[in-house]
Structure formats: C-alpha cells, structure tokens
Write a protein that binds this ligand. Sequence first.
Ligand SMILES: Cc1ncc(COP(=O)(O)O)c(C=O)c1O
Length: 384
Amino acid sequence: MIPIQSKLPQVGTTIFTTMSALAAEVGVINLSQGFPDYECSPVLIELINEAMKDGHNQYAPMPGVAALRQQVVNKVNKLHGSNYNADTEVTITAGGTQAVFTAISTVVNPGDEVIIFEPAFDCYAPAIKLMGGIVKSLELEPPNYRIPWDMVKKLINNRTKLIIINSPHNPTATILQEDDIEELTAIIRSQDIFILSDEVYEHLIYDGQIHHSMARYPELAERSFVIASFGKLFHATGWKVGYCLAPAYLMNEFRKIHQYLVFSVNSPMQYAMAKYLEDEHVYTDLPSFFQQKRDYFRAGLAQTQFELLPCYGSYFQSVKYQNLSNQNDVDFCLQLTKEAGIATIPTSVFYTRQTDHHILRLCFAKNQQTLDAAIERLMNFKPL
Ligand SMILES: Cc1ncc(COP(=O)(O)O)c(C=O)c1O
C-alpha cells in the first residue's frame, strides 16, 4: 500500500451511517436521518418524465437551467423583498451540501478563521479544514440555543473570514429572531467578514413566525451566500439539487469553483422543478403541512417519559431523556434502537467536543402510521 496522508484524519464513519445501518434492520422505525418516508408529488415525477422524454438529457448550462434560476429568484425576491438577478446571482447546485462546500472554498484561505455554532450540521467543519481554514466553534446551550453574540464579538479578529449561520437549525429546531439579525448586523458592519447562511429548512417554520433569511436584509445579503435545498422543499432528499444565492461579485468567484467541481447539475430535474415551482402553493403550503406533523408528534411525545424541547422550525424534534436513563446519549440511543426499535440521533455528535446534554434528535417528516407507531413504542419503552 502506498502511504496516504489523510486530509481529514479525524473523520470516520458518521453516526448517520451507523444509525441508518441499524435502522435498516427489520422492524426498526427510522427517525434518525432527516428524510421523509412518504412519496413526493406525482405531478413532479410526471414533469421529470416529461422533461426526459422531451430530450432534456444533456448538460445543463453551468450555472443552472435559466427557467429554474428565474423561478428561484422570483420566489426569494417575492418572499423577502430582495432583488437577486437570475443571470448573475444564483447557481443551481448538487444539493445544499455542494453549495456549502463551494461557498466555503470560495472565501476561505489557509489560516482564515471561520465561526460556527455547535451543535452544527456535519459538513461545515471538514470543508473549512480542507481549505486550510481554522474552525472557531461556539457552543449553544439548551433549551433555547440562542447565539451568544457577546462571545461572537470576542472571537472576531483580523483573521475572521466567515460566519456560518443555520436557521431553521439542524439539529435544535431553533430559528433566528429579529434581535439576532440586529446583533449580527452590528457585528459585521465594520468588518470584512462573509456570511454563509444555510437556509435549507427555509419553508419549515411554524406558528406564523417569519424566516429571517439573509436575503431580507440588504446589508447582510451583500456579503452572504444563501443556501437552500430542493430535497427539503420537494420531499425528495435523494435528488440532491439545491441552490446558492449571492451578490454577483461573490457568485462570480463561486461559479469558478462550481464549474470545476460539478460543472452543472442534472438537467431533466431542473426543467421539471422550474415548471413545478410555477405554482407557489408548492412552498406556501409547506409550513402548515409540517406544522400539523410537528403538533401531532409533540402531542404524542407529551404522553411519554421524554421531555420536549421547543421546535420552531425544521423537521426535527429534540427530547431530553433524563427521566429514563443517565447513560450518555450515544449509548442511550443505541439502547433505544435495540430495545424499542426506534432509531434517533444523539446530539453530542454535532459538537466537536461531543458535549452531551442527554438530548436526542428525532425526525418527524414521516407519515401518520410511522408517527403513531413511534409514539406507541416510545410510550411503552422501559429501559432494562
Ligand atoms: C442544515 C443542513 N444543511 C445542509 C443540508 C444538505 O442538504 P442537501 O441534502 O440538499 O445536500 C442538510 C441536509 O440534511 C442540512 O440539514
């Protein structure tokens, strides 16, 4: 074997792979990885078939199919009062993950510092490290997981290049509030710091709250990459199509990397999605669709020994299990899978230091029968 110097020596098999493998065992209900267990719209599938039959099977333009870019910009500009240009300020990507990687590659150089908030989605830190950047993580505290802006201020220095925000937040289901926006704006005003705003759960937001997209605030938008995922929007996480919005001067650099990373994203999906998005109900109906699931799941969980944390957005619900066990969250999660047949995610895996608050993350993007069966099992679960 030729010796290889690993670029990511700390990275092993993730808990998502472990839990999904366990969940694949017969009879286990999988509330671990975030994906729906119901079908996406048959209309959309029909549109994809049509696009293929119509011959849209060759390379799409590098930044994405023009009609889809236009639909994205129409949606975002309408929802947030922004003014993105479909030619120069949006690129269709291979899911949110590629958009995140490309945005990080675009601005992070060796020695640059990037502030992230933990618990954090798992793809930020590796991308920063691959670019030679330094991860500066700040831990958020349950149950509210508010960003400690005074500590953010203390972390900032002339090497700080990027702040990564994620709202609605995975795994905690919290959202940015108006005062967070004020704090963030005040902090970056006098600094050359970019923002990566991971907004893949932008439409999964509840109780009539608004989504504080960076796109809404010109002073923030002018330095932000706003990232979204059609996987979340269309209940089809396996399709891996998403997009990134950024002002033209940033998007120009983003596309230089995008074109050598993937060049372009698969065409029939893009033609179909553009048509499908002509009906705005596709996204305006999403909050109520998921709120109904959230409310149902929370009402069921309230009858169990698990303690609910707030859920303002995303399709995740966090629970504390201190009434049932004082094991660490990874061990408890494995026990729950083996004994109750419910796969979940321990939230310590979202922290660099594996900080364990004895909290599990459960995904409720599931059909009614799955939610009913999960609630029943959780209700009857008595650790041995
Ligand atoms: C916070 C967050 N960002 C990005 C992604 C990646 O999105 P995609 O599946 O479109 O690559 C996910 C997917 O779960 C996510 O939860």
